[in-house]
Design a protein around this ligand. Structure first.
Ligand SMILES: Nc1nc2c(ncn2[C@@H]2O[C@H](COP(=O)(O)OP(=O)(O)O)[C@@H](O)[C@H]2O)c(=O)[nH]1
Ligand SMILES: [Mg+2]
Ligand SMILES: [Zn+2]
Length: 304
């Protein structure tokens, strides 16, 4: 009997596949491993698959649907032999807090560049809004408007404000989401607020933090009772960097798409070159100074 399902966990040998909520242990026929040699794991967590259920109740994965997108395990964008951390992500959220630790726009911008490069919709959660005074609220509103204007979803949350958590849960419903962010911003607390049954440990260096380069733990999809999945994964902070060529960087800044067409040089890096449409747009106030500054910082960090 053949059924469609989704891989929610993998041990490398066995795959747990959710078939409308029923979780079945599945194996992979050998030929799959040969067909898709460019990736080290031919089936990844998040993949939609067809499964043949045997008499013993176990399954055999017979087909894999083409991936919408995926997060590589390491920042080796577009390289052969890369491992997949999780596939078919509907939205990656960067979780930042107003204070403790204070909001870091550079982090947000690096994250969004990576989202663009991986073709994953990016979103921003500004947490701990209960700690914001009037001045901070104004700044958070300006930041929210800036990124919403660029096409990114922005939500302001506090674990002490039920409505804000419900808004987020609604947004994540029926989606596969991943949370990225610095330690202490409230990723674990937010997930517990959304689904108390998860009972995750707050204030800990959890599996969301990088446990070191040689970690071999696999990611998994954790169902939320409000609907949707959250990707639980080690080594996810690697998400912050991606290998791209310098002249490519502006492709991942949506506000530069139009102005870069006016650059004199096709390989313009929009920094020192004469006749640059992006610098012109910046000088005309059409590109936010903080965003342009982030652009320059990321540009400098890329290999020549
Ligand atoms: N005031 C306030 N504190 C929060 C909020 N969210 C989380 N915290 C606190 O921030 C600390 C770190 O939270 P945690 O969820 O472990 O952050 P993570 O490292 O991103 O998973 C804990 O002491 C939480 O109680 C919030 O919305 N408001
Ligand atoms: Mg945590
Ligand atoms: Zn230019």
């Amino acid at each position: 009997m053949e059924k469609k399902g989704r891989v929610i966990q993998s041990t490398g040998k066995w795959y747990k596949v959710s078939l409308n909520g029923d979780v079945v242990d599945c194996r992979l026929p050998g030929r799959f491993r040969l067909e898709k040699q460019e990736v080290t794991n031919p089936i990844a967590v998040g993949d939609f698959v067809s499964v043949d259920i045997g008499d013993d109740g176990h399954g055999l994965i017979t087909e894999i649907e083409e991936r919408e997108n995926y997060i590589p395990r390491q920042a080796t964008h577009g390289r052969r032999g890369e491992q997949i951390l999780a596939a078919n992500i509907d939205r990656a959220w960067v979780v930042q807090s107003v204070k403790k630790p204070k909001l870091n726009m550079g982090f947000i911008d690096r994250f969004l560049v990576t989202c663009e490069a991986y073709e994953i919709a990016g979103g921003i959660i500004i947490n701990k809004m209960d700690l914001a005074n009037e001045k901070a609220k104004t700044i958070m509103k300006d930041i929210s408007d800036l990124y919403e204007g660029l096409g990114y979803r922005v939500l302001q949350t506090s674990i002490h404000d039920e409505k804000s958590i419900q808004n987020l849960a609604d947004e994540m419903k029926d989606q596969t989401s991943v949370f990225i962010g610095p330690s202490g911003a409230g990723k674990t607390s937010i997930l517990n607020a959304i689904d108390p049954d998860l009972n995750l440990k707050v204030g800990e260096i959890s599996s969301y933090s990088n446990k070191g380069k040689h970690t071999t733990t696999f990611a998994k999809l954790v169902p939320l009772k409000t609907g949707g999945y959250i990707v639980d994964t080690p080594g996810i902070r690697e998400f912050g960097t991606v290998n791209i060529e310098k002249p490519e960087l502006s492709l991942f800044f949506p506000e530069m798409a139009e102005p870069r067409q006016n650059c004199k040089f096709y390989n313009c890096t929009h920094y020192h070159e004469p006749g640059c449409g992006v610098v012109e747009a910046y000088e005309e106030g059409k590109i936010d100074p903080d965003r342009y500054n982030s652009y320059l910082n990321i540009l400098e960090s890329l290999d020549d």
